[in-house]
Design a protein around this ligand. Structure first.
Ligand code: TYD
Ligand code: MG
Length: 453
């Protein structure tokens, strides 16, 4: 008889080693290796019955778009690539408390109109689920079934006898298979439970949503373990102190990964935000220095957001640098460019940069707006209210062209912006697409600052 083997598995990426290490060689995370027992009989006991293989004519295979189940929740369907593909498994990941359970229950409420859906929670009791459903106005939804359970073995007969159209498991880190000795949330439980659900999803042609918590400390197995196993990975992002939420696809076997869904967290759950730019600019101060609007691309959607900077003299020996919603390294680079090329001095200045609404800007196209916000605050000179800026800034202070320029322009114009500060490289194309606004095409940061201040 073969013996059980002790291995060390990374909670983040699932990397296995025979001895403990402080740092995972797979994903370079610290302190994520955890001891696990690998049972020799594991594969056999959890492998399940595979259906007999039956080739079909390619001609007879139905077209994907015809099979998609549309929930009617537009932002949700969009992120899924147009609707749910039966038999597919999706991971809904995000920080704890960001709104995963809320969003999923709402989406299930919509999908329940198409057929029976089952929400399995390992985190909340039925009474708690009911309470949440009441807040969301879903308590009378027909075809919405709920179950508070953590054992997949107990769940099996239910799923085999009466497979729902859609199954949601909240969260995968609370589920366990009895055949495995390790605790729920360990790498092997998470991976095997997900693989088990995936086989069942394909066999019964049901759509499966798995909720996965992301923790920086790696206390529970990170959803990265699951990313290659599932068909699509959706991340729900946002700042918990703000109500703005982005649902982003980072992987989708059945659609584009460029789609995002935008929601606002309200008393009665997540509400769709059809016009995110208007929502994000609603509370913008008028006539204040240090505020510049940028048009950033989130996937294929242009979104207007306000970048704020505050530069003030520092009372500290080491001046403060606090950057929220922007990459700190990027801002440091831009500060250095302003010092070198335009003679600004930030050595005795506290510098704060913030992106309103808790949005995270990842694009280098935001550089020019950050620079202008910094200069505007330094000089205490406000910029015109109808100004929007974008462009990548290089180390020599040059302003480089960015993609999707006409899409950015259309979004800015639709919200009433009439002064466009953009890279010179983009200007001609923009002027051709809309000659009715004012363009300030710039080649360098110096040119932009000299013309605007
Ligand atoms: P939840 O969906 O439980 O987060 P997750 O499943 O990702 O851990 O949502 C958590 C937060 O959302 C909680 O702090 C309360 C808030 N919330 C609302 O603001 N409105 C609502 O209608 C609901 C249900 C929750
Ligand atoms: Mg939850």
């Amino acid at each position: 008889m073969s013996k059980d083997k002790t291995v060390f598995q990374c909670l983040e990426c699932g990397y296995e080693t025979s001895k403990w290490l402080g740092r995972c060689p797979g994903c370079h995370a610290w302190n994520t290796l955890q001891e696990a027992v690998k049972s020799a009989g594991l594969r056999r006991t959890t492998a399940g019955r595979s259906p007999s293989a039956q080739p079909v004519l390619l001609f007879d295979v139905p077209i994907l778009e015809d099979m998609r189940l549309k929930s009617g929740l537009k932002e949700w369907d969009r992120v899924l690539g147009g609707g749910l593909v039966p038999g597919s498994v999706m991971l809904l990941a995000g920080d704890p408390g960001i709104g995963k359970s809320t969003l999923l229950l709402q989406a299930l409420g919509h999908m329940a109109r198409l057929g029976p859906v089952l929400y399995v929670s390992g985190e909340e009791s039925l009474a708690q689920i009911k309470l949440r459903a009441q807040r969301l106005g879903l308590e009378r939804t027909e075809s919405l079934w709920v179950l508070a359970e953590t054992s997949l073995d107990t769940l099996e007969p239910v799923l085999v006898d009466r497979p729902p159209l859609v199954l949601a498991v909240d969260s995968i880190q609370t589920m366990r298979l009895d055949a495995l000795e390790s605790a729920p949330g360990s790498v092997s439980q998470v991976r095997e439970s997900a693989a088990w659900l995936q086989r069942l999803a394909k066999e019964k042609n049901m759509g499966v949503f798995l909720v996965g918590h992301v923790t920086k400390e790696g206390i529970v197995a990170g959803p990265r373990v699951l990313e290659h196993l599932v068909d699509a990975v959706l991340y729900l992002e946002g700042d918990r102190s703000h109500s703005f939420r982005l649902l982003r696809t980072v992987k989708n076997r059945f659609g584009s990964t460029n789609e995002i869904g935008v929601f606002e967290m309200k008393e009665s759950g997540l509400e769709q935000v059809p016009n995110p730019s208007r929502f994000l600019l609603a509370e913008r101060p008028v006539g204040g220095s240090g505020s510049v609007v940028v048009c950033a691309m989130e996937g294929t959607r242009p979104i207007l957001v306000e970048v704020q900077a505050l530069v003030s003299s520092s009372g500290w020996t080491q001046p403060r640098r606090t950057f929220m919603g922007v990459d700190a390294n990027r801002v440091s680079l831009l500060l250095a460019v302003l010092e070198k090329k335009l003679g600004f001095h930030f050595l005795q200045q506290d510098v704060f940069v913030n992106v309103a609404g808790g949005v995270k800007l990842t694009e280098t196209a935001a550089d020019l707006a950050v620079v202008l916000a910094l200069v505007s605050s330094s000089l205490d000179v406000p910029l015109p209210e109808d100004l929007v800026a974008w462009g990548e800034v290089g180390l020599a202070g040059e302003v480089r062209g960015v993609g999707h320029a006409t899409r950015r322009l259309a979004e800015a114009v639709s919200l009433g912006f009439r002064t466009i500060v953009c890279p010179r490289g983009n200007q001609e194309q923009l002027a051709a697409s809309n000659p009715h606004v004012q363009y300030l095409g710039v080649r360098s940061v110096e040119e932009a600052v000299n013309q605007l201040f």
